[in-house]
Design a protein around this ligand. Structure first.
Ligand SMILES: C[S@@+](CC[C@H](N)C(=O)[O-])C[C@H]1O[C@@H](n2cnc3c(N)ncnc32)[C@H](O)[C@@H]1O
Length: 264
């Protein structure tokens, strides 16, 4: 998907984004544990959330690590997503930067932590890592939270929504992700955690999310193809579930932790 299309998608979904996406505290608690285990920083921790969107996860991180321990900067290519973030995060000492992940307007070695949640598949990975390596202090951490291709396929969308998995070409396969992170110069892989979240949804709730295009994957369909896919999704679900049934399904995600162990 080209950049303009991505920006259009996020501009449209920004007002409802926080309502249509689930928020899971587990990866933030995992980050806290890792930071505590490796404690080697001067407070407050300087944290950049790249592809921060409306700041859902930045806000959770601030709450869990406590506002006095962190100084956060939210970076995003979408002005509209950041604008929604500002309305939610006024009470925190957070800063907002409308910029691309591949060209970060920060000095060298200024951040203790970089987090990228549900966004790495939108970035040019190599260019982002080059920038992350530059702005991160030696000893600093990058946390990448994403779905692998396998995890995407296992979801209720992967199982029942026509072409959902085939269309989503941007996510990494697990092997590919592991190979990529192990190869990174100046970084050491310090954690690789897979999460499974039980969910309960009715067909109507799932359809509402699909109509809101809660995943950018849905922008990879043409309009008429998308309308047909929604109909087919409904039909597929109705083969197995009653209209008001509470469907139990699972979402899966991966958290990768990297540490910058040396300078370039
Ligand atoms: C799926 S949203 C995730 C937002 C947030 N991290 C969360 O989990 O709620 C992906 C975000 O990445 C941003 N994005 C996409 N491409 C980008 C790029 N090249 N540089 C910076 N941000 C980008 C989008 O604008 C969007 O806000």
């Amino acid at each position: 998907m080209n950049r303009l299309k991505i920006l259009k998608h996020f501009a449209e979904i920004a007002p409802v984004y926080r309502h249509v996406r689930t928020l899971d505290p587990e990866p933030i608690f995992a980050i806290k544990d890792i930071l505590v285990k490796h404690k080697k920083w001067k407070k407050p921790l300087k944290i950049a959330d790249i592809g921060a969107g409306t700041g859902r996860y930045t806000e959770l991180l601030i709450k869990i690590l406590k506002p006095e321990n962190v100084k956060t900067i939210l970076v995003d290519a979408s002005f509209e997503m950041l604008s929604v973030g500002k309305t939610h995060m006024g009470r925190y000492n957070a800063h907002f930067v409308n910029s691309l992940a591949e060209h970060l307007p920060f000095k060298n070695e200024v951040f203790d932590v970089i987090m990228v949640f549900n966004a790495i598949h939108h970035f040019d990975f190599k260019k982002f890592i080059r920038e992350a390596r530059r702005i991160l202090k030696t000893g600093g951490f990058i946390f990448i939270y994403t779905r692998t291709q396998e995890q995407n396929r296992n979801s209720i969308w992967g199982q029942y929504f026509p072409k959902f998995s085939e269309k989503e070409y941007r996510l990494f396969w697990k092997d590919e992700l592991i190979k990529k992170i192990k190869r990174l110069k100046n970084f050491k892989v310090i954690s690789y955690i897979e999460f499974e979240y039980p969910r309960i949804s009715t067909i109507d709730e799932l359809l509402k999310k699909a109509f809101a295009k809660h995943y950018s994957t849905f922008y990879l369909y043409k309009d008429d193809e998308y309308a047909q896919a929604i109909e087919m999704f409904k039909e597929n679900l109705m083969k197995y579930y009653e209209p008001d049934e509470q469907i139990i399904h699972t979402d899966e995600n991966t958290l990768v932790g990297l540490r910058k162990i040396s300078r370039e």
